[in-house]
Design a protein around this ligand. Structure first.
Ligand code: NAD
Ligand code: DAU
Length: 330
């Protein structure tokens, strides 16, 4: 099968590319190569004859039309994905996560693509004090990032309803693993700990996230693509709920760094307190996460320990510039 994977030079997208290639499929990777897109993330498959790359924007109708030609399935992971950046520049998020998603779906429909998978997030449901969100729960996003992802979901569901286009949505939980851009909690804290730098814990550090390893998330997306029903949403969660401070302490233990690095900083504005997903639906279809959280975190720490060549240029370059501009003094 020929599959178009967008955002394939990003963290989760590159893992979905690997899953597809390992299963013998032909992959076209469409990626704009924003700050978060890194060709090194697909270096291991770049020379495979089944792999090809298009450098372009999903929101550009010409690029979208060109990219979907001869494609059976589209898996859309291209997105602006970082909540903190969305607080400074929400319109970029709307451009890619809403306009880009709708542009790509319409191009796929026009070209007769059999199935479109929209990769979304648990953040569209908003914060939940207790219990876990089911796919039928209303969406109530609370950051510019999650609102833009919710906009993409609504476009996808509306286009399915209106035109009958076969669309499946996945909503994943907080993902960790190798190749994650070091602005997100896990890779930022691992790389800071390895360098003896402060770990900036927002607020009281008691916010709760549900963690899933990137391989489990990628396989969950693939499973929903293969076995999901058109017009349906599937939660993809790891079932590993931890407060941020607990994650921080585990990272310190795995890296051997001192607790003194923990630094409480001003809270993220509008910070969601807790995310939790009910994954009964996808589990009922035969998917289950396999990676034990402590093993996954340990191997992730090892990856960053060994791959300074991957993250040092990022942290001294784009990330340093962005952080200095937006969080001076923190
Ligand atoms: P990422 O930021 O690591 O990668 C995003 C990729 O999309 C990059 O390669 C970037 O260059 C590309 N891209 C951005 N805008 C584009 C555009 N207009 N056209 C083409 N390519 C573009 O993101 P990620 O963490 O791998 O997330 C992938 C998807 O999964 C996103 O849709 C995100 O909302 C969703 N998601 C992420 C998580 C998580 O914890 N990281 C959890 C649940 C869902
Ligand atoms: O829940 C899924 C979402 O998870 C995805 O849709 C997003 O793309 C992904 O970025 C992630 O969003 P979060 O905001 O939960 O992830 P982040 O790694 O930015 O933060 C995780 C938690 O850690 C959150 O409560 C904020 C906190 N945090 C984060 C950073 C970067 C800190 O305390 N300090 C930090 O420096």
């Amino acid at each position: 099968m020929k599959v178009l994977i967008t955002g394939g030079c990003g963290f989760i997208g590159s893992e979905v590319v690997r899953v597809a290639i390992e299963q013998g499929h032909e992959v076209v990777n469409l990626d704009k190569l924003t700050y978060a897109g890194n060709p090194a993330n697909v270096a291991d498959v770049a020379d495979d004859p089944r792999y090809s790359f298009i450098n372009g924007d999903i929101a550009d109708p010409q690029i979208a039309t060109q990219s979907v030609q001869g494609v059976e399935v589209v898996i859309n992971l291209a997105a602006e994905s970082h909540v903190d950046r969305s607080l400074h520049n929400p319109t970029e998020f709307i451009e890619t996560d809403v306009v880009g998603t709708a542009t790509l779906i319409m191009a796929a429909r026009e070209a007769g693509v059999r199935r479109f998978v929209q990769v979304s997030t648990d953040e569209v449901y908003g914060s939940i004090p207790a219990g876990a969100f089911k796919e039928t729960d209303p969406i109530q996003p609370s950051s510019p990032y999650s609102a833009s992802k919710a906009g993409g979901d609504l476009q996808a569901l509306a286009i399915h309803h209106t035109f009958g286009q076969d669309i499946v949505i996945t909503r994943g939980s907080n993902t960790y693993g190798p190749r994650q851009y070091p602005e997100k909690l896990v890779p930022l804290f691992i790389t800071n700990a390895l360098d003896g730098l402060p770990l900036p814990v927002y607020g009281d550090g008691q916010q709760i996230r549900d963690w899933i390893h990137v391989r489990d998330h990628a396989e969950g997306i693939w499973h929903a693509m293969e076995h999901g029903e058109a017009g349906q949403v599937y939660n993809v969660g790891g079932g590993n709920e931890w407060p941020n401070l607990e994650i921080t302490e585990r990272i310190l233990a795995h890296t051997g760094a001192s607790d003194d690095l923990i630094t409480y900083v001003e809270d993220r504005p509008g910070h969601d307190r807790r995310y939790a997903l009910d994954t009964t639906k996808l589990r009922g279809m035969g998917w289950a996460p396999k990676v034990d959280f402590d093993d996954g975190l340990a191997s992730t720490v090892e990856w960053y320990r060994e791959r300074r060549d991957w993250w040092e240029p990022i942290k001294s370059g784009e990330y340093a510039d962005w952080h200095a501009k937006n969080y001076a003094g923190r």
